[in-house]
Design a protein around this ligand. Structure first.
Ligand code: GZL
Length: 306
């Protein structure tokens, strides 16, 4: 007889695969697409069935996706919350349905009992590292250093915390002045548009701090179109360290990048298996990441995964 029809146990449905429902923010940046690839690849390697939803950066789409996962009775729900607020109701529905929730990448301000763990970077630390580079770079500055800050998505954990860490550290030097700070929503297009406007309104700019490479790359185009040289006339420090950002850094158009690793897939799948097996999981799993100057970027580029 070919193959066996014996019951695989459980509901006898045959598939004993763990089913993970994952709601992703969108596809707004190089970081996000690398993060999605990591999650999809790791699910395959881990033998976990992945139901994946792209919310196009809209919270209502994420909430709808989570409700759909609850209806489908997935084993675990994973998601990267586009903003920190507005999740209590749907997280309570998941809890009532006895479906554990794992946060990745971004945090929420909901009651921590509503999710198992949060796997992701320390964004305040990332902002501090960017600020520290600026403090070191301009420690002997005798006159004001005018800084433009391009913030990430309004209300998102990375935007809130990177701003907090950055401004805390540069506050140690009164010469370091943020002359304008506005959201570019983590995208290249918006980063370019906002930088064009800010360059018109602020004549003497020395530095751009962009909360991600993509906004920095858009702003870099605006700087060049304004007849200025990025990396020289206006120094650029960003966060992420995706390939296009690292290329700009290796060419001297960016000056410094703080890494924010998108490769969370393996940690997510290992956590999903632990949760399913009823093992305890630490409440917070912090991503290990580094920083890059031009020399380190040139060294890292050839073997960079994303
Ligand atoms: C950070 C992540 C941010 C990236 C951006 O973990 O949430 O969102 O820094 C991405 O590139 O859009």
């Amino acid at each position: 007889a070919c193959g066996s029809d014996k019951d695989s146990g459980g509901s006898g449905s045959g598939s004993s695969k763990i089913v993970l429902g994952f709601s992703q923010v969108g596809a707004e940046s190089g970081w996000r697409t690398a993060n999605t690839k990591s999650i999809q690849a790791s699910a395959g390697t881990a033998g976990i069935e992945l139901k994946f939803s792209d919310a196009q950066q809209k919270q209502e789409n994420q909430i709808a996706a989570i409700r759909s996962f609850i209806k489908q009775k997935v084993d675990v729900i994973g998601f990267s919350p586009v903003v920190v607020t507005g999740w209590d109701a749907v997280l309570k529905e998941a809890k009532a349905a006895k479906i554990p929730v794992v946060l990745t990448d971004r945090a929420v301000d909901s009651d921590p009992s509503l999710y198992v763990t949060f796997i992701g970077s320390d964004f305040v630390e990332e902002g501090k590292k960017a600020g520290q580079w600026l403090v070191d770079e301009y420690k002997d500055a005798k006159e004001p250093v005018n800084i433009i800050q391009l913030e990430g998505t309004v209300g998102s954990a990375p935007a809130i915390d990177r701003k907090k860490g950055f401004e805390e550290v540069i506050g140690s030097n009164p010469n370091l002045k943020v002359v304008a700070s506005q959201s570019g929503d983590f995208t290249r297009a918006k980063g370019k548009e906002v930088m064009q406007a800010l360059l018109k309104a602020n004549k003497d700019v020395d530095v751009l701090f962009a909360h991600n490479d993509d906004m920095g790359l858009g702003a870099m185009q605006a700087i060049e179109e304004a007849g200025l040289t990025p990396g020289k006339d206006i120094k650029i420090v960003t966060i992420d360290a995706v390939k296009d950002g690292m290329t700009a850094l290796s060419e001297g158009k960016f000056n410094y990048i703080v890494e924010c690793s998108p490769l969370l897939g393996d940690q997510l799948m290992a956590t999903v298996k632990k949760v399913k097996a009823g093992e305890t999981v630490e409440k917070r799993i912090v991503t290990v990441e580094t920083v890059f100057d031009q020399a380190k970027a040139k060294e890292a580029l050839p073997t960079r995964q994303y």
